[in-house]
Design a binder for this molecule. Structure first.
Ligand code: DGJ
Length: 375
């Protein structure tokens, strides 16, 4: 049956006599739309479309629901884009366990995202005890591991507070899960304490270099030095030793790396809990350093919260995405951390520009991919 006819019949059926006037008004409006040619007989109800990136504004998925994927990363595979992030539970604080697992969205244009659901769930029946009992599960990063042809998901995994030492968060593991498809389901493969430290690492990233080497770069606990170690050939655990990344300011968090030619750039933040602070950029000739400090790459002010470079526009780095099909194109991606309301907080995506080899992240109210040149 034609969708419009269905709407009309449902209106007649569902409306009580009192509501018939309202129904008649709706029918009248539909008829008017038809007369105006705004709704053809074959037309589907209008679906919403994002046409620009609007940093710092609420970002809705294709169903009009707030994107809920924090501490996220973007993976390109088979011509599509996949967004993975921690699903935050509305109304709960971090102390009350407010992460349900890893949420995935799929897109063809980086602007419009379809909900693919939780690809790893801590509340799922039969969830591994490490996941089910985790106090925190965040900052997920996914790579496609070309040698094993598996998708590997890494995440920051804190044990239950009672097992977390004096502070309850003395130890942090890197949890590992794999899948045959980018939309999962991801199967838990275990966890490791990174950084050659019995306390593991806190904030981290996984950097898959152009030669296929996969690195785990993380904030070593308890001394907060930034360290880097190669992962095993199957990508599931550290291959051996870690090096301390010389030149990275102590207590740097939120690492996000990208390669531009023969240089590796490192974007990070200071350490101030969930409150925003100033971003910092470093550069090196090798992933393992030594790094040179390039200062704060941010410029401009976020008009929605009036925060500028001193607070990274109100965000904290989570990923730098190399734009497929564009030349010299990277997007710096930040989370807006609002522990009291993580649902509507939004995200900040901004293009990285280079001024004499120095990355600059300039605030823009609105932008799209045409900013980048095609190869
Ligand atoms: C800053 C980190 O970057 C976040 O991932 C989170 O762990 C908060 N600290 C918690 O305070």
């Amino acid at each position: 049956m034609h969708p419009l006819l269905r709407v009309l019949l449902r209106t007649f059926r569902d409306q009580a006599w009192l509501g018939a006037m309202v129904g008649a008004f709706r029918i009248g409006s539909l008829a008017a739309l038809l007369v105006q040619g705004q709704l053809g007989w074959g037309a589907e109800p209008p679906s919403r479309k994002n046409v620009h990136f609007e940093p710092g504004r609420p970002w809705l998925d294709s169903q009009g629901v707030h994107l809920n994927a924090h501490g996220f990363c973007i993976l390109d595979h088979g011509g599509r884009h996949y967004w993975y992030g921690a699903h935050k539970i509305a109304g709960k604080t971090e102390a009350e366990k407010n992460e349900a697992g890893v949420h995935c969205y799929v897109s063809d244009d980086l602007l419009n995202w379809q909900d693919s659901g939780l690809v790893l769930s801590v509340f799922a029946p039969g969830a591994h005890p490490d996941l089910a009992s985790a106090s925190i599960l965040d900052r997920p990063k996914v790579i496609f591991h070309s040698a094993t042809r598996r998708f590997i998901l890494y995440f920051k995994l804190y044990p239950p507070k009672a097992q977390g030492g004096k502070t309850g968060t003395d130890f942090a593991y890197v949890g590992v899960a794999t899948a045959a498809e980018p939309t999962g389901p991801f199967v838990y493969q275990g966890r490791f304490l990174g950084g050659n430290s019995p306390f593991g690492t806190g904030d981290f990233t996984i950097f898959s270099d152009t030669d296929g080497t996969v690195y785990h770069i993380g904030v070593r606990k308890p001394d907060k030095a930034m360290v880097c170690g190669r992962l095993s050939d199957d990508g599931l655990r550290p291959a051996g030793d870690y090096v301390t990344l010389a030149g990275i300011t102590p207590k740097t968090e939120a690492p996000a790396l990208f390669r531009r030619g023969n240089r590796v750039y490192f974007l990070g933040s200071d350490s101030s809990g969930w409150a925003p602070n100033a971003a910092r950029m470093f550069v090196a000739d090798r992933v393992g350093g030594p790094y040179q400090h390039l200062g704060n790459p941010c410029l401009g002010v976020n008009p929605h919260n009036h925060l500028g470079p001193e607070k990274t526009f109100g965000g904290q780095s989570t990923y730098v995405y190399p734009v497929t099909g564009r030349r010299d194109a990277w997007i710096a991606m930040f989370d807006i951390n609002q522990p009291q309301d993580p649902i509507t907080s939004g995200y900040i995506w901004l293009p990285i520009e280079f001024e004499a080899d120095r990355p600059v992240i300039r605030w823009r109210d609105q932008w799209d991919l045409s900013i980048f040149s095609t190869p």
